[in-house]
Design a protein. Sequence first.
Lengths: 114, 114
Amino acid sequence: MKKLEHHECKSALLPVRDTLDIIGGKWKILILISIWEGNKHFREIERSIPKLSTKVLSSELKDMEANQLITRTVINGFPVRTEYEATAYSETLKSVIAELHSWGVNHRKKILGQ
Amino acid sequence: MKKLEHHECKSALLPVRDTLDIIGGKWKILILISIWEGNKHFREIERSIPKLSTKVLSSELKDMEANQLITRTVINGFPVRTEYEATAYSETLKSVIAELHSWGVNHRKKILGQ
DNA sequence: CCGCATCCGAGTGGATACTG
DNA sequence: CAGTATCCACTCGGATGCGG
């Protein structure tokens, strides 16, 4: 993708903020990765991420469902079980995460090597 | 850059979080863009970004200086003036921002088109 | 097992005033 | 002009308990 020029930055802001709102929190990427790794159930996801409370997990999952990164399926029976799964669409975030990762690796090298 | 595979995600997390910490706040990208657009002085930057208080601006600028995205130069005289400038290094964020932007544009299209 | 409701403390961020 | 200090409202998020 081409680089943004300075004069284009202002108009670029809203979508940038949208994206940051969606993946920028403290937990969303962790949760997404946990699901990518195969965790499907609420407690499974909770246990896979230290320090994450049920309240926060619950609200994060709702956001992510609204943004179509995951699906939520209730399986009737007793006890009730719920399955969360990553959507194909969520895969499109991988290039974004890859870019964040790449910059972060380089930045860490730069800051520490001084 | 190649896509991340699932099993690589865990090790990818720290650098991703680093990057999000650096640009993920509510203001940092706005401030960076304001400086890219030519605003150099504290009050100039403040006035260019609605709702941004001096306290927050002050602390954000410190973070950004620590991360070498900007430089701070005090010009003696009276009244004292200070110049903030974006570093060449800060330009490396443009591809990250471009990726966030591109995903955000597409996401907005997807969400609204329903 | 799933996940919401409630309570509550800590931290964030806004407004304003003030110093150098 | 540049930035800090203070006060305060508000939000966030942790702990816990409960209902389905």
